[in-house]
Ligand binder design. Structure first.
Ligand SMILES: Cc1cc2nc3c(=O)[nH]c(=O)nc-3n(C[C@H](O)[C@H](O)[C@H](O)COP(=O)(O)OP(=O)(O)OC[C@H]3O[C@@H](n4cnc5c(N)ncnc54)[C@H](O)[C@@H]3O)c2cc1C
Length: 379
């Protein structure tokens, strides 16, 4: 029977970054198993937004670290295009303005340099029809990285580092013996022995794999639409969010625009809704009428893997000493992938994460009722 050192289940941003940081440390015999193709899950369907401007200490501290890793990755991996063009939250009510002033002060206290912009300052930043916008919160530390370019460039780098990537290779089971994950079983029944660690980075599908091992994991499949347009002249640098409705627009280095909108769909449902298209285009074209002249290429649904406290689950699982998981990113797993990949590497090689906040993401918090909270400024 084949023996491998590390089996990573899932070829999304989490699995690939974990493979990268392990391989960079010189670990050999790392294998990534992906049920379909790299990026098939949420990673290939996400908007590519990256920010540290959150409302919880844990998210902010991890994301500050992740952003510094995105900057290094840009140097380390040819073709990865992280650009620090910022995030801009358009605010259309006085209540939202007051809330975001407090939020900015809180973020500044943790070293994230967000600031409020008035209407003139907003106009200087983006070619916008102001309509009902009163003010905006701007985060200059934030940025974007095209998920497709990320997937292509990381795949190439992993190959150079000797990581084996197996696409169209679902893992159906992890076998445990004496409290250790000793092997994985592939579709078709082939069993592969694992000498070191099993990493479950299978996005929303991590729940299925872990539940087979008796590990309960509170994870919901929350469907979200996104649309992509043809390439267009670069005209909008920051990722812009219309806070009142949660609609957003981002233009990547490729020239394509991605437009998202909150449009509730029942859990696990992948049926595309016309209502989403109408909402996304109607809202964004009020501020950026230019988009009405751009051709739409595709619309899709992907899942946010949502936990009860909207923070991820990272680390070991009870009673299996050499199995780690990272999932439950609740809409932020792409931006967190570098820091989480490195923390999984630290857990595997050093027995613990390096950043204190990572410990707060352990799975046991749900059973213990120690859920993480957003900052008090939200009441
Ligand atoms: C519309 C939308 C917009 C988003 N925008 C952003 C954003 O701007 N910024 C951000 O940070 N995040 C965003 N997200 C969230 C982000 O996409 C996810 O949190 C992140 O991609 C999760 O990465 P992952 O590697 O953990 O999981 P995934 O990317 O889902 O990868 C898991 C992989 O595991 C594979 N798999 C599953 N089961 C098995 C098995 N048994 N054997 C082998 N392989 C298996 C799947 O095929 C999948 O490819 C967005 C999500 C959506 C849907």
């Amino acid at each position: 029977m084949q023996l491998i050192e590390v089996a990573i289940i899932g070829g999304g941003s989490t699995g690939l970054m974990t493979a990268y940081y392990l391989a960079k440390e010189g670990i050999k015999n790392i294998h990534v198993f992906e049920e379909k193709y790299l990026g098939f899950g949420s990673t290939g369907r996400c908007a590519g937004g990256i920010r540290a401007s959150f409302a919880s200490d844990v998210h902010i501290k991890l994301m500050k670290e992740s952003i510094s890793k995105w900057l290094s990755l840009k140097e380390e991996i040819i073709g990865l295009d992280f650009v620090q063009d910022g995030y801009l939250w358009l605010l259309t009510t006085e209540e939202l303005v007051e809330l975001h002033k407090k939020l900015s002060a809180y973020q500044n206290s943790l070293g994230v340099p967000t600031r409020m912009l008035d209407r003139d300052e907003i106009r200087n930043l983006v070619p916008i029809e102001m309509n009902d916008v009163i003010a905006a919160l701007y985060d200059p530390m934030a940025g974007k990285a095209s998920p497709l370019k990320f997937l292509g460039s990381v795949r190439r780098r992993l190959r150079e580092l000797g990581v084996a990537i197996h696409e169209y290779t679902p893992v159906t089971e992890v076998r445990v013996s004496g409290g250790r994950a000793c092997s994985i079983v592939l579709d078709g029944g082939r069993e592969i022995r694992v000498g070191g660690y099993v990493v479950v980075a299978a996005g929303v599908w991590s729940k299925d794999l872990l539940e087979k091992l008796g590990v309960k994991i509170p994870l919901k499949k929350d469907p979200h639409h996104l649309l992509v347009t043809e390439k267009y002249t670069h005209f909008i640098k920051p990722l812009v969010i219309h806070k009142e409705t949660g609609s957003y627009i981002v233009q990547h280095e490729t020239g394509s625009l991605l437009v998202g909108a909150e449009f509730p769909v029942p859990e696990g449902d992948e049926t595309l809704r016309y209502g989403y298209l109408k909402k996304a285009v109607t809202i964004m074209s009020r501020y950026f009428p230019q988009i009405l002249g751009i051709n739409l290429l595709r619309v899709w649904i992907g899942y946010y893997e949502v936990t009860p406290d909207h923070h991820p689950i990272v680390g070991g699982v009870p009673h299996i000493e050499n199995l780690v998981t990272a999932t439950g990113f609740s809409g932020h797993g792409y931006m967190m992938a570098p820091v989480i990949g490195e923390e999984l590497k630290n857990i595997i090689l050093e027995g613990k994460p390096r950043i204190p906040e990572t410990k707060e993401l352990r799975l046991e918090r749900f059973e213990e009722g120690k859920l993480l909270k957003e900052s008090a400024i939200f009441g």
